[in-house]
Ligand binder design. Structure first.
Ligand SMILES: [Zn+2]
Length: 211
C-alpha cells in the first residue's frame, strides 16, 4: 500500500474515534469513506465498533462496490457513499453518522435551517431532509445523491446525517456544524421563539459562500 493510503487510513481511524468520542455514533453505527482516485475509495467495514477501528480493518473498493483490498465486508450503507461519489466529482470524503440532536429533529419532523447561524449559512447552505427509506437500498442511495447535488449536508429522516467535503476533515467539520445548528435550534426553541438571521444578512453570507 502506498504512503498516501497509509496516511488516509490513519486519518479515517482517528475520525472514527472522534465520531464515537463526540457521541455522533455508538456501537457499530456510522461509516466513513475517502476517495483516493476517481474510482477508488477507502471505506469502513460493516459490523465493527468505530471507536476501536484499526487501519487494517478498512477496505479499498471501486465505484461499483467491488473490494480490491481488505478482509472484512464493506459497510452495508456503502450504496449512499457510491451514489454521492458518482454524482459529484468534487467530493473527496463522506461521513455518515447518527448525531443525536440533528436526528431527533427529523423524528420530531423539524427541518434544519442553516439561516439560524452565520457559519452554517457559509459552510452548509441548505440542509435537505431525505424522507425515510430502508438505509441499505440502492433507491435510498439515489435519493440521497439527488438531494445533495448542491448540498454539503443532509439529514436522513428517523436515521441520521450525511456530510461531504473535499477532504475528510471538511466532511467531519460539516457534521460538527450540523449538530451545533441542531443544538442551538433546540435550545432556542426551549427558551422561546426561534429567530433566523434577517434575509439581507443571509444574502451577504451566501455571497461569501460563492466567493
Ligand atoms: Zn446509518
Amino acid at each position: 500500500m502506498s504512503r498516501l493510503s497509509d496516511h488516509i487510513r490513519r486519518d479515517m481511524v482517528l475520525v472514527c474515534r472522534r465520531l464515537y468520542a463526540r457521541g455522533f455514533i455508538v456501537g457499530t453505527e456510522g461509516n466513513v469513506s475517502v476517495r483516493v482516485a476517481p474510482d477508488r475509495l477507502w471505506i469502513t467495514p460493516t459490523g465493527y465498533h468505530k471507536g476501536r477501528l484499526r487501519p487494517k480493518d478498512l477496505l479499498l473498493i471501486d465505484l461499483e462496490g467491488h473490494v480490491h483490498f481488505g478482509q472484512a465486508r464493506p459497510s452495508s450503507e456503502t450504496p449512499m457513499h457510491l451514489a454521492l461519489y458518482h454524482c459529484r466529482l468534487d467530493i473527496g470524503a463522506v461521513v455518515h453518522a447518527h448525531p443525536p440532536l440533528a436526528t431527533a429533529l427529523t423524528v420530531a419532523r423539524y427541518r434544519l435551517e442553516a439561516t439560524l447561524l452565520p457559519e452554517a449559512v457559509v459552510l452548509l447552505g441548505e440542509v435537505p431532509t431525505v424522507p425515510y427509506e430502508m438505509p441499505t437500498t440502492a433507491h435510498f442511495a439515489q435519493e440521497i445523491g439527488a438531494a445533495m447535488r448542491h448540498a454539503q449536508a443532509a439529514l436522513l429522516e428517523n436515521h441520521g446525517s450525511v456530510t461531504v467535503g473535499a477532504t475528510l476533515q471538511e466532511a467531519f467539520n460539516n457534521l460538527e456544524t450540523v449538530e451545533r445548528l441542531a443544538q442551538i435550534f433546540y435550545l432556542a426553541k426551549t427558551l422561546g421563539h426561534v429567530h433566523p438571521l434577517p434575509p439581507a444578512a443571509v444574502e451577504a453570507l451566501q455571497a461569501l459562500r460563492h466567493a
